[in-house]
Design a protein around this ligand. Structure first.
Ligand code: AMP
Length: 130
């Protein structure tokens, strides 16, 4: 069965899309730790990041870099924190989280409650910085 991220990539489930290329896709996390929290995923449905083949891992990393630089421009922060957890969704994803201190990327913290409009505005602001 397709993962929820494959359904997002295929347009079967809505998302706040940031960008895509031939092999990768980026969209806002629906339960963000911070405004601008973005997920970067390979289109290939592979659960574990270190099970990706080298070419896909390279493409994913370079795509994540381009997205992170846009998030950093769009959202005031000290830098973009990077995390790979993957315990919830079995489809490789890199979390890009705008941070000002280490607690901003603590996944045990309660998530922000943002409206659909707030997420849409943030996604548009990031897309404008690509
Ligand atoms: P983890 O697998 O632990 O790295 O976490 C999966 C992440 O995916 C969580 O931060 C969720 O908020 C996020 N997530 C799950 N479903 C969706 C969705 N439909 N749209 C956007 N983000 C999602």
């Amino acid at each position: 069965m397709a993962t929820i991220f494959t359904k997002i990539i295929n347009g079967e489930i809505p998302c706040h899309k940031i960008a895509e290329n031939e092999s990768c896709f980026a969209f806002l996390d629906i339960n963000p730790l911070a405004i601008g929290h973005t997920l970067v995923v390979p289109k290939a449905e592979v659960d574990y990041i270190f099970a990706l083949n080298d070419d896909t891992l390279k493409e994913l990393t370079l795509f994540a870099k381009s997205i992170a630089l846009a998030v950093e421009k769009a959202v005031p922060c000290q830098r973009i924190g990077v995390a790979v957890i993957g315990l919830e969704v079995p489809h490789t994803h890199i979390h890009l989280v705008p941070i000002n201190n280490v607690s901003d990327i603590n996944f045990a913290r309660p998530k922000l409650k943002l409206t659909n409009e707030e997420l849409a505005e943030t996604a548009a602001a990031i897309r404008a910085c690509l």
